[in-house]
Design a protein around this ligand. Structure first.
Ligand SMILES: Cc1cc2nc3c(=O)[nH]c(=O)nc-3n(C[C@H](O)[C@H](O)[C@H](O)COP(=O)(O)O)c2cc1C
Length: 261
């Protein structure tokens, strides 16, 4: 078995500070600020979180907006003495660099459009031009590990150049940032009572092509987000005989061999 051992990062010296590469977008859709109505307690959310793979409907625009705000919004930023921009967001990031940007896809009615989240303005902009065939190939790659259906695709694209400019052997820092983001988005999805499931592919080579083949800008995974089926306990009561008939007809959960779990 081949094992690529990622070297341990060290602070690069001397170094030339960089800013994160910002993908050019067209149009700006400012998103509403969440109302924070009826938010659940943190420990309740933490223990209730699980990978939920049924997406009965697309998330509403409001769901997407709330999810982006709670999981990814920038709260503070400043320029450090070493010239790097430091940011504070809900998920931690090595050096406060936040090299990972968030793409949103499969949003009706423009399902093949690719939106970039702006965590300062809390807004979405559309990446243009994108090769629709590449977007569809990407959807198909995601779909081969987990049926996408109506779910929104939330994908992470990392600017490795930013982290590597500050840290020698910084690759593992970027991957750990991706893990921190993945956990954060899933906890937020749980708090918002949405279905969410991480996807095990990186998204390459498609994400690099979708984002214009910028050097060292690469897909580092993502997740699906959608409306979850109505919880059994919130359904109106039904007779015992109908319950047992439903139970018998459901059968075992089907899992495809190609799913990465
Ligand atoms: C990095 C990562 C990649 C994953 N990839 C997939 C995937 O491709 N398909 C899938 O159905 N679940 C995927 N999962 C979800 C795991 O299967 C799931 O977390 C695991 O079975 C434990 O279940 P739980 O999340 O409900 O605790 C992934 C999870 C992580 C953290």
């Amino acid at each position: 078995m081949n094992h690529i051992r990622l070297a341990s990062p060290t602070l690069r010296f001397p170094r030339v500070p960089l800013d994160r590469f910002v993908l050019p977008t067209v149009g700006v859709e400012y998103l509403p600020i969440p109302e924070n109505a009826d938010l659940r307690g943190f420990l309740d959310v933490l223990h209730a979180r699980e990978s939920r793979r049924e997406f009965v409907r697309a998330p509403e625009d409001r769901d997407v907006s709330d999810l982006l705000w709670h999981a990814f919004k920038t709260k503070q930023r400043r320029r450090n003495d070493d010239g790097y921009r430091w940011e504070h967001r809900p998920a931690p990031s090595a050096g406060g660099l936040h090299p990972i940007s968030v793409l949103v896809m499969n949003r009706p009615p423009q399902r093949d459009a690719v939106f970039l989240y702006d965590p300062i303005a809390h807004a979405l902009g559309r990446i243009e031009p994108v090769n629709r065939d590449v977007v569809l190939s990407f959807f198909s790659a995601v779909n081969s590990v987990l049926p996408v259906g109506e779910a929104a695709i939330v994908w992470f694209v990392a600017d490795f150049r930013l982290t590597l400019s500050k840290y020698e052997n910084g690759e593992s820092l970027v991957w750990r940032d991706a893990g921190a983001l993945g956990a954060t988005v899933e906890l937020v999805a749980e708090a918002l009572e949405l279905s969410s499931c991480a996807i095990g592919i990186t998204g390459e080579p498609f994400v690099a092509q979708i984002t214009g083949n910028v050097p060292m800008l690469e897909g580092v995974g993502g997740c699906l987000i959608g409306k979850r089926p109505i919880a059994r306990e919130s359904l109106p009561p039904i007779s015992a005989s109908r319950t047992s008939a439903r139970r018998q007809s459901r059968g075992p959960v089907q899992t495809g061999d190609r799913r990465l779990r």
